[in-house]
Design a protein around this ligand. Structure first.
Ligand code: DCP
Ligand code: MG
Ligand code: MN
Length: 338
């Protein structure tokens, strides 16, 4: 799995760190910098411990760990113990939480809210909870979205989408990233990384969002759009599709990447997420910054390490060159699982 986290398993607090990391990931997605920083510091403090921290008191005695986080740590240790004794019966909510978080697009926050409202099953949600359109789709296709996509099917999506797009613009380039590019036998979704020689993000939006995607809907391949993120630094389109002659809905992502940023984007969208975290950390240790747009230098940081300037771009286009500039040997995608 993605969170097999080599480097933490020898640590007596490995399991606690893993759970805290999942929560940190959640806060990162939620752009809650305050909590994210608190969790990161707590993780760093725990990593340095030679003994297992099991009580609130022990945790509170460590640097950077406040009262609330300390009590969270004790809770993690205990729930884990309870779960090992008896998988579910002692903590019935844990199972429902898993169930709800298994709905596409539903995170810890939403799942917890439903549990607090007293819901315990999917039929109950359908009947009593106020659901968004996407949540209803996530439920209707719960099993579809859980089923892994075999590599050979991902190839067929690739061929299909290329074929349709080539009639609109035959210079657009597609690469499937994510677990597929890392060589996995099956994937959770199809991550299309889309670029075109010399194209800007605006060019790509015009071609893909305004023309290719509508065409893919017309053809009946795309079934639904689940989210579009339009940020200055890129565009993502998330949705679902089924190949002609098939019935299982697959999760599809289109990641639009300006030509000048394709190298950095390939690194980011190839992952895995743990690899991304470690290579970014490495960049920052070398006084640089790596994000999905490029490798940057002369990033000015304030007293709390927050960024004041984004710095100058060193490289964005060439994936291999980014590795070189970071002083790390090239790692083929198949070896980017940390
Ligand atoms: N990514 C990341 N951090 C996240 C989410 C994603 O760095 N929180 C990057 C690394 C991932 C890539 O984006 O490899 C694609 O994201 P997916 O969620 O599609 O993950 P994978 O393709 O790796 O796995 P799966 O087979 O489950 O789709
Ligand atoms: Mg993927
Ligand atoms: Mn994806």
């Amino acid at each position: 799995s993605k969170h097999d986290g080599v480097g933490t398993s020898a640590n007596p607090n490995a399991r606690t760190i893993e759970v805290l990391q999942q929560m940190a990931d959640y806060y990162e997605r939620d752009q809650d910098h305050w909590r994210l920083t608190a969790y990161r510091r707590a993780i760093a403090a725990l990593r340095k411990q030679a003994r297992k921290i099991t009580t609130e008191e022990q945790a509170f005695a460590l640097p950077f760990i406040g009262q609330r986080l300390a009590s969270k740590i004790e809770e993690i240790v205990w729930t884990n113990k309870l779960r090992r004794l008896d998988n579910t019966s002692l903590d019935p909510n844990a199972e429902v939480l898993q169930l709800f978080m298994g709905i596409y697009g539903v995170g810890l926050k939403q799942a917890t809210k439903w549990i607090d409202q007293g819901h315990k099953s999917i039929p109950e949600l359908l009947e009593k909870a106020h659901l968004t359109k996407n949540q209803k789709i996530g439920i209707a296709h719960y099993e579809d979205f859980k089923t892994r996509i075999p590599r050979a099917e991902a190839d067929r999506h690739d061929q299909y989408v290329r074929e349709i797009c080539s009639k609109i613009d035959n210079t657009v380039q597609f690469t499937i990233g994510g677990s597929y590019r890392r060589g996995a036998a099956d994937s959770g979704d199809v991550d299309f990384i889309v670029t075109k020689p010399d194209a800007t993000i605006k060019n790509l939006r015009t071609i893909i969002l305004d023309r290719v995607i509508p065409k893919l809907f017309d053809k009946g391949y795309l079934k639904v759009g689940l989210a579009t993120t339009d940020k200055v630094d890129g565009s993502k389109w998330h949705g679902a599709a089924a190949l002609p002659g098939t019935t299982i809905w697959r999760r599809i992502d289109f990641l639009l990447v300006p030509w000048d940023e394709i190298g950095a984007a390939l690194i980011y969208f190839t992952g895995n997420d743990i690899f991304n975290r470690s290579i970014r950390l490495l960049a920052s240790k070398k006084g640089m910054r790596l994000n999905q747009r490029g490798l940057w230098k002369d990033v000015v940081r304030g007293w709390n390490r927050e960024r004041i300037t984004q710095g100058t771009l060193v490289e964005g286009k060439d994936e291999k060159k980014i590795f070189e500039l970071l002083g790390v040997p090239w790692r083929p995608p198949q070896h980017r699982m940390c």
